[in-house]
Ligand binder design. Structure first.
Ligand code: ZN
Length: 104
């Protein structure tokens, strides 16, 4: 059981960590740790994981991904508009899709 107060605090903390992840002034090793920590907090308070956080974590091995360093992100138009994510840690490729009906 997680109190409402603890949950709110957790969300704030996770948000802060995600912001730090995108701060390029900090060394990369620390930033990868931040995203890991944010994920752990969110699991603990059983909150929803923000989609951004999910985008920067491997679907298969769970390692934090850093585009251009240990992951390759490509926007692909077919068969539907998606981002192809290749994790260079485990070598798997998967689709991160926005299945939209607006654009055909
Ligand atoms: Zn992986």
């Amino acid at each position: 059981m997680v109190s409402r107060r603890a949950r709110r605090h957790g969300y704030r903390e996770a948000q802060r960590l995600v912001r730090l992840f995108f701060n390029t002034g900090i060394p990369r090793e620390y930033r990868l740790r931040y995203i890991e920590e944010a994920y752990k907090i969110l699991l603990k308070i059983r909150g929803e994981k923000p989609s951004l956080l999910k985008l920067f974590r491997c679907k298969y091995c769970g390692s934090p991904l850093h585009p251009g360093v240990n992951a390759v992100y490509r926007v692909r138009p077919r068969p539907y508009l998606h981002v192809a994510v290749k994790c260079l840690v485990c070598g798997k490729t998967y689709r991160k899709g926005f299945k939209s009906t607006a654009r055909r």
